[in-house]
Ligand binder design. Structure first.
Ligand SMILES: *Cc1c(COP(=O)(O)O)cnc(C)c1O
Length: 228
């Protein structure tokens, strides 16, 4: 069944990407679904997966993953979990402070890894959301990354506003695009090619506005059952 849902989502995303003339990667967000579900998606051709809890990654994924399976951390990361997650993932897409980035740099460097990261921006101003709230802090982190060889910033990430108001959602995604443009002017040597935005409820708007990577959970794996 996952294959059916995955194929449908992939076809829809590909069609939307074709419309805007830009490639869009599909990340399957497998949080709170068992590893069997991940493997089912993998067998159906999916390679990129996202998880948002360190402990779940540790418990769910074997250290030797199937060939080509790519796993990104996309959830808020506490400083004391960095050491655990760095060896386990291929990228950290939810870097929301300079302090966190420095910690990732130091842990990555100590195991000889260069960690690809996305800087997460809080584009909606919602308090419960993580992400850089101030442009100044975001730019400071970008500047600092230039002297952290074990960090490779490869773009920006945001989570759209709650509530499904299309206009608000669109404005949040536009904010990320305009920050990217501003940052490219300030830091021409930075690689900001990836914009990770769009989830099950808002990905078409995200692609229209400039997304190059959508993170889709529910539409592929079904509803999540949150632990009580
Ligand atoms: C859970 C999650 C998603 C996927 O959400 P769906 O609405 O199930 O598609 C995407 N991004 C992040 C950061 C998430 O935590």
């Amino acid at each position: 069944m996952i294959k059916v849902a995955l194929d449908k989502v992939r076809n829809e995303v590909d069609a939307e990407a074709k419309k805007v003339g830009r490639p869009v990667r599909l990340m399957a967000v497998s949080k709170l679904h068992p590893y069997e579900a991940v493997l089912e998606a993998y067998d159906a051709g999916q390679r990129l997966f996202g998880e948002n809890h360190v402990q779940e990654v540790e418990e769910k994924f074997p250290t030797a993953r199937p060939s080509g399976m790519e796993l990104h951390m996309i959830g808020h990361l506490q400083g004391n979990k960095v050491k655990k997650i760095v060896p386990l993932v291929d990228a950290i897409d939810s870097v929301d402070s300079l302090k966190l980035m420095e910690k990732i740099a130091s842990c990555s460097s100590s195991i000889g890894k260069r960690m690809p990261v996305l800087l997460e921006v809080n584009t909606s101003g919602e308090e419960a959301k993580s992400g850089f709230l101030s442009d100044e802090e975001l730019f400071t982190a970008m500047e600092a990354s230039l002297s952290l060889p074990s960090i490779h910033i490869y773009g920006l990430m945001t989570v759209g506003p709650l509530g499904g108001d299309d206009e608000k959602t669109r404005l949040a995604f536009r904010k990320l695009v305009s920050l990217k443009k501003e940052a490219m002017g300030k830091f021409p040597s930075l690689d900001l090619s990836v914009l990770s935005m769009g989830m099950s409820g808002d990905w078409p708007i995200a692609i229209e506005e400039g997304s190059t990577m959508v993170r889709i959970g529910t539409a592929i794996f079904g509803e999540r059952e949150y632990p009580k």
